[in-house]
Design a protein around this ligand. Structure first.
Ligand SMILES: *Cc1c(COP(=O)(O)O)cnc(C)c1O
Length: 366
């Protein structure tokens, strides 16, 4: 429709993949969902209890500040509650950050094969995208990953934001603390760096702490914002709770434009309960790491290229257009994510499920 503004006319709607509610009706228990990087183990039982306890209050608006969840997160992360903003998923926060810091007079730097929302947020803000070519597919440690040196070099005088995801979706690639430190040191003062850590809890690689380490105490970096989510390792994708951690000044900027009741009351109590159940969180992390390596090994035995991953999914290169393979899997009621939209037509992104789900996937591939 011609009445939409220029930035919105240039956008396409986010593609969430198949119509999963319809598929669930048709296939029932047979459907294997490995396309959205959810956690098949499900949320902590404490979440259901917390939601049940909060149900009588749903006629009231939720806590507009999410104070209780922020205090729990602050204690968990070693920062101040005023350094945290809550979002309706971290997707909302990434959009909000772009809206608050970028505009038509500025540019935003992100990587080829970077998380799709970086480009959408940039376009929504009307800013100039600067999409930096990724590392080559034969790179030793981060094939198709962010080329941080090239990204730093691509920063212009008008650049206000640089988005990185660590680990990244859909590539699964990551960079360590030393690489992040060198990257930050190479950037000018006038850019805000966003480190999207949606998969941070899954990381086991050495030399990789969360970038939150740079936001603690009086030395907290002013121009760094880290985003996290309860959708992945805390298994609460359906409730939409994410958070951003930054300097108090940066978080105050986000608070100006944040919708007043953006996180609903059940989401707030559920996230707090999930955060507190550290045993359940550890089980999900350990299960995911071991099942990911098991699945990757089975796929490699079949001669497929599986990219290294520190997440709850693997990117698999079939060496030929994967759309046919995806369609075949779909006929076996196995849903995975095609990557043609990302410019990786030979690849599929496959979530790490339970052993039974992985076995169904492997049978369908056979
Ligand atoms: C899943 C994901 C998010 C967004 O998750 P929300 O459900 O909106 O919190 C953000 N970044 C990356 C890289 C992701 O994969």
């Amino acid at each position: 429709m011609g009445l939409a503004n220029a930035a919105t006319r240039a956008l396409r709607a986010y593609d969430p993949g198949h119509d999963l509610p319809a598929l669930r009706r048709d296939y029932g228990e047979r459907l294997i969902e490995l396309g959205s990087n959810e956690t098949s183990l499900g949320a902590s039982p404490a979440v259901a209890a917390a939601i049940t306890a909060a149900l009588p209050d749903i006629y009231r608006y939720p806590d507009p500040k999410g104070g209780s969840l922020k205090r729990a997160l602050a204690a968990h992360l070693g920062v101040e509650p005023a350094q945290i903003a809550l979002g309706n998923g971290s997707h909302e926060l990434l959009m909000l950050i772009a809206q608050c810091f970028a505009d038509a007079q500025t540019s935003v730097v992100y990587s080829q094969y970077g998380f799709a929302v970086f480009a959408i947020g940039t376009a929504a803000a009307g800013a100039q995208p600067v999409c930096v070519p990724a590392l080559p597919a034969d790179h030793a440690t981060a094939p198709l990953g962010h080329n941080l040196a090239a990204m730093a070099a691509a920063v212009r005088d008008d650049t206000r934001l640089v988005f990185v995801a660590n680990p990244n979706n859909p590539t699964g690639t990551w960079f360590d603390d030393a690489a992040l430190d060198a990257f930050l040191a190479a950037l000018p003062e006038h850019v805000v760096v966003i480190v999207d850590e949606a998969y941070a809890e899954y990381v086991t690689a050495p030399g990789m702490q969360s970038a939150v380490r740079l936001l603690r105490g009086p030395q907290a970096r002013r121009n760094l914002i880290v985003t996290r989510t309860f959708s992945k390792s805390y298994a609460l994708a359906g409730l939409r709770v994410g958070y951003a951690i930054g300097s108090v000044e940066a978080i105050c900027v986000l608070e100006r434009l944040r919708e007043s009741f953006n996180v609903n009351g059940l989401g707030l109590v559920a996230a707090e309960a999930a955060l507190a159940d550290t045993d359940h969180a550890a089980r999900i992390r350990e299960h995911t790491a071991s099942e990911r390596e098991w699945l990757a090994a089975r796929l490699r035995e079949r001669g497929l290229r599986v990219f290294p991953s520190q997440t709850n999914f693997v990117l698999v290169d079939f060496g030929r257009p994967a759309s046919e393979i995806e369609a075949q899997l779909f006929r076996h009621a196995v849903v995975v994510r095609p990557m043609a939209g990302y410019g990786l037509p030979n690849c599929l992104r496959i979530s790490v499920g339970t052993r039974a789900e992985s076995e169904r996937l492997l049978e369908a591939l056979a």
